[in-house]
Design a protein. Structure first.
Length: 84
């Protein structure tokens, strides 16, 4: 693969997943000091699932199951945020 292609692909993934506004909004609302232990665990699980998703995407594998798990964890995190 071409080095420039890989750099463009990484930049696209960064902008899509790391620089997204939804994640930033949740991060602004709650920092680690104000989160419950349950919320911190959910957040850590989300990070690991996102990394796993990126790895599967690089390997051109099916993302449907991991996307489903990520959406479940996001809903659970939002529910915990609303309760607090």
């Amino acid at each position: 693969m071409d080095k420039k292609y890989l750099q463009e692909k990484l930049a696209g993934l960064r902008s899509k997943y790391i620089d997204s506004n939804a994640g930033e909004q949740l991060a602004r609302q709650f920092d680690d000091a104000h989160m419950s232990k349950k919320m911190i665990k959910i957040k850590q699980k989300l990070v690991s699932l996102e990394m796993e998703r990126c790895q599967k995407q690089i390997e051109h594998r099916d993302l449907s199951k991991i996307d489903e798990k990520i959406s479940e964890q996001r809903l659970l995190f939002e529910k915990c945020c609303n309760e607090k």
